[in-house]
Design a binder for this molecule. Structure first.
Ligand SMILES: O=C(O)CCC(=O)C(=O)O
Length: 255
């Protein structure tokens, strides 16, 4: 089998790149932010993560969800037009913001994020093609917590939720995927990857001297309805299962 993985330039996403994203479930888009923007947003992300009361800390990463609600600097990144435009071009459908998150892997001693699909974690019904932008706010070589993807795994709609702390979880649930090729995509600051909400992915541990700072913006199709499952974003909202995820918590971003 020949696996051709395309990359895209942020300002000119060709049809080949769109096809590659839809076939494989992920793609790297270079220079979606300038180096200056990446530096600016890295400082903002580190400050927000430092002071946030809503932060969760684990041996895998420090995570702060929905920072765009409270921080103007990070809001500018979450609602960044170039990122939303690229997501819309790749997904090909109108999109709303589902949520954002800062993910920081501590220097030297963080654990890997094990292979998992995202969508089973979410309370989404009727939203077939969510897409996440994973934006590198520092250089992310394989030694600093860089992402790997399993091409084509986004077609597996049938898998129960996987545990991103357990290196055997995905492969116990779906033994076939253990023997699929994996594609590792080191990123420079300002580059990003887009991945489909069911494309299985992982991130290495950070064994470098510097934190790995990433910001993730997750978009969902405008058709997405609430399934009733518990989730940190929807739990406080008292939504009725079956209702559309819309309104000011889930702004329309593209399309
Ligand atoms: O950055 C990481 O360690 C994992 C990111 C991830 O799982 C995601 O963006 O869905």
């Amino acid at each position: 089998m020949t696996l051709t993985i395309h990359e895209a330039d942020a300002h000119d996403i060709h049809d080949d790149a769109v096809k590659s994203y839809r076939d494989h479930g992920f793609i790297a888009v270079r220079n979606i932010l300038s180096k200056e923007e990446a530096d600016h947003f890295r400082q903002a992300a580190l400050e927000v993560a430092d002071k946030s009361k809503a932060r969760t800390d684990s041996e895998i990463f420090k995570q702060v969800v929905n920072v765009w609600r409270d921080d103007e600097a990070m809001k500018a990144l979450t609602l960044h037009n170039a990122i939303a435009k690229a997501a819309h071009r790749l997904a090909g459908i109108p999109l709303r913001l589902w949520h954002d998150q800062i993910l920081i892997k501590r220097p030297k001693d963080s654990r890997p994020t094990e292979f998992h699909q995202d969508q089973p974690y979410w309370p989404h019904a009727d939203g077939p093609d969510p897409i996440s932008a994973w934006i590198a706010l520092c250089d992310v070589p394989p030694e600093r917590g860089c992402m790997s993807f399993i091409p084509g795994s986004h077609r597996r709609r049938d898998l129960q939720g996987q545990n991103l702390r357990d290196s055997r979880s995905l492969f116990t649930i779906c033994p076939d995927l253990e023997w699929s090729p994996r594609v590792t995509l080191p990123l420079k600051a300002g580059d990003c990857t887009f991945h489909h909400g069911r494309c299985a992915h992982s991130a290495t541990s950070n064994i470098t001297q510097d934190p790995r700072v990433a910001h993730v913006v997750i978009y969902m199709p405008t058709t997405t309805t609430y399934s009733g499952k518990g989730h940190v974003v929807t739990d406080p909202l008292n939504l009725t299962p079956g209702s559309k995820l819309e309104g000011e918590m889930f702004p329309l971003v593209a399309g």
